[in-house]
Design a protein around this ligand. Structure first.
Ligand code: GTP
Ligand code: MG
Length: 328
């Protein structure tokens, strides 16, 4: 139904094809939305034209990234937070990113169960990104999927990601608001949490506060905060939650709203967005150049060149200059 016509080569023709799709997507049709997300995620034919056409409709959603150690209760919290927003009549899109195949089984199962829970509610759309796209990094694909959700008119987009690697830092960076979830007594004391993740927190959540040690985690966060004051002057609040019982979730919603208000002042939201785009544009450029170079080199030639360098038949520096077109 929404397939691109492969005979469509002109811009006018593409626009004619894309427009009805975008119209149904923006009117809230979940099938049009699912189709658009798959197209973008799989880099299927027409993906970039679709994103180009969607971009003018973006920038309205509140994008909230939630990250934390495996099993910290991220999905449970996301689910509860989605309920809070639904009570406020705001529509929600959820993107659950699974960075390693190790978590895929559990996460997908968990998401299915939750999906059933929200089944009757078209105000919640859940997407589990189980694959690491071969074209473009995980962060890039997540950003593009978020763009689709934003353009579809979702008021809030919640992105869940395990805070373990650089990819995850990149993913949460694309959010307007970053929530870092810690838990007491899991061996992941504040010190052992990746420093990069701690720095990007706009709000801290201590989930599983029904367990012993929540105060200790709070003290550790406070101690860290006293060492490094953020240059925007915001002190990330600490919210204690028991996600499995829905406790503290309203408070988390309020903390998010506080930060939203803070961002609205003194052009901070725009400043943050410019910073984010700076990162994203560089990444998009890197992807595009790499793709161009690969297409130019053809299949298998990177392996052949690697062999030549390894055997010292040629030096890698001139080789790259040659490929990058600095010298010909
Ligand atoms: N005691 C307690 N258990 C909780 C709380 N929140 C979540 N859990 C439980 O912790 C387990 C993991 O929760 P998830 O929400 O799947 O955690 P996650 O961080 O999304 O996990 P991954 O996506 O696999 O990294 C589940 O069994 C939840 O029921 C809480 O506040 N207290
Ligand atoms: Mg999860």
């Amino acid at each position: 139904m929404f397939q691109f016509d492969s005979r469509c080569f002109t811009l006018n023709c593409l626009e004619r094809e894309i427009q009805p799709w975008i119209d149904s997507l923006r009117s809230g049709d979940p099938r049009a939305l699912a189709r658009a997300i798959s197209t973008v995620e799989n880099r299927a034919s027409g993906w970039s034209d679709l994103l180009k056409a969607l971009f003018p409709h973006t920038g309205k959603a509140q994008i909230i990234g939630l990250t934390g150690a495996p099993g910290a209760g991220k999905s449970t919290l996301v689910d509860q937070l989605a309920r809070v927003y639904r009570k406020q009549n705001r529509t929600v899109g959820i993107v659950a990113v699974d960075p390693t195949s190790l978590y895929i089984g559990g996460a997908i199962l968990g998401d299915r169960i939750r999906m059933q829970d929200h089944f009757a509610d078209t105000g919640i759309y859940i997407r589990s990104m189980a694959t690491r796209g071969s074209l473009g990094g995980l962060a890039r694909t997540t950003a593009d999927v978020t763009t689709v959700l934003d353009a579809s008119g979702r008021d809030v987009v919640l992105i869940e990601t395990v805070g373990v690697g650089q990819d995850e830092v990149d993913i949460v960076r694309l959010a307007n608001i970053t929530v870092v979830i810690l838990v007491p007594g899991m061996g992941d004391d504040v010190q052992t949490i990746k420093a990069g993740i701690m720095e990007i927190a706009d709000i801290f959540v201590i989930n599983k506060s029904d367990r012993e040690g929540a105060e200790r985690v709070e003290r550790e966060i406070r101690a860290l905060q006293s060492l490094a004051v953020r240059n925007d002057g915001w002190t990330p609040p600490i919210v204690k939650t028991v996600a499995s019982e829905g406790k503290g979730v309203e408070e988390l919603g309020a903390a998010v709203a506080d930060y939203e208000n803070y961002l609205q002042k003194e052009n901070r939201a725009l400043k943050k967005s410019v910073e984010n785009w700076q990162e994203r544009l560089v990444e998009m450029l890197r992807d595009a150049m790499l793709e161009k170079a690969r297409a130019h080199l053809g299949d298998g030639s990177v392996a052949r060149l690697a062999a030549e360098v390894a055997e010292h038949k040629r030096d890698p520096y001139s080789l790259i200059e040659e490929i990058a077109g600095k010298r010909s």
